[in-house]
Design a protein around this ligand. Structure first.
Ligand code: BV8
Length: 227
């Protein structure tokens, strides 16, 4: 980390596991309880908006009560103390990076936000959203969670790719490397000359693309890596 000047950090559900929030693909994870096709696609929302709202309402309430862990706090320290650029990109929607005081790019949206499917207005979501919820701007009954579902374009991609292509250190923390385009960032960073490090409990689908690996729970490995 010493000689790096421009760092990009990508986080996934694993960084929030020790804050008590379930991951997707670990034992008993979210995708063991629900099929992606039933709760995390635009077609699922069109087919059964009540089920999708209930899936996200439960996670929104749990996330609102969760606290950042030492891994989130260490990344906020890195951002505030490092004498270079630190671009923090998260696939997570739980808001824990902000709670730790970090500036973060949410590429998959946020549980705390609602989106109007008609006029694209965004606002702070209520604790529980329900079918037919109206948009405060256009008043259409078309409120949905401000979440990027499968088949939808992730947010801030241009800004993220610029940062990935110009960084000299790319770190991925707590992600299985199974979801694109996020899983492709490491390759992009590598071909642009960055060093790459993966911090995870175990190997991921993209471990082969990283030059360094730090194995262990994020609440221990990330503070050690940062400090
Ligand atoms: C798109 C919503 C195109 C929010 C999510 C190739 C290129 C492009 C697209 C594709 C492609 N191939 C396939 C696709 C389609 C698809 C995709 O990737 N499918 C996969 C399943 C193959 N991608 C998309 O649809 C994306 N959109 O490509 O659009 C487009 C183009 C033009 C115009 C329009 C569209 C959209 C992807 C976003 C989908 N939304 N979530 C929500 O419900 O939360 S993705 C979902 O999985 C989560 O958001 C999460 O971000 C993501 C990845 O999961 P992880 O965060 O990695 O979590 P996971 O449980 O998998 O792993 C946890 C890891 O943590 C593990 O490695 C574990 O070991 C580790 N861990 C656990 N505990 C700890 C730990 N590590 C450290 N410490 C611990 N304590």
């Amino acid at each position: 980390m010493r000689q790096a000047k421009r760092i990009v950090v990508l986080t996934g559900a694993g960084i929030s596991a020790e804050s008590g929030l379930g991951t997707f693909r670990d034992e008993g994870g979210l995708w063991a309880q629900h099929r992606i096709e039933d709760v995390a696609t635009p077609e699922a929302f069109a087919r059964n908006p009540d089920l999708v709202h209930r899936f996200y309402n439960a996670r929104r309430i749990q996330a609102a009560e969760a606290h950042p862990n030492p891994a989130h706090e260490a990344l906020a320290r890195l951002q505030n103390a490092f004498d270079g650029d630190v671009t923090l990109v998260t696939q997570n929607v739980d808001g824990l990076h902000e709670k730790a005081g970090a500036q973060v790019i949410h590429m998959h949206g946020e549980l705390a936000r609602a989106l109007c499917a008609d006029c694209a207005h965004r606002w702070d979501a209520p604790r529980e959203m329900s079918v037919g919820e109206t948009c405060p701007a256009c008043h259409a009954p078309s409120a949905r969670p401000d979440i990027v579902w499968f088949g939808e374009m992730p947010y801030h991609m241009e800004r993220i790719i610029d940062a990935v292509q110009s960084c000299d250190l790319f770190a991925a923390i707590g992600t299985s490397g199974q979801v694109y385009p996020a899983a492709g960032f490491v390759e992009e960073a590598r071909v642009c000359g960055a060093d790459t490090v993966e911090l995870n409990l175990r190997d991921s689908d993209t471990s082969h693309a990283f030059t360094d690996h730090i194995i262990g729970p994020a609440s221990k490995t990330v503070p050690a890596w940062v400090d």
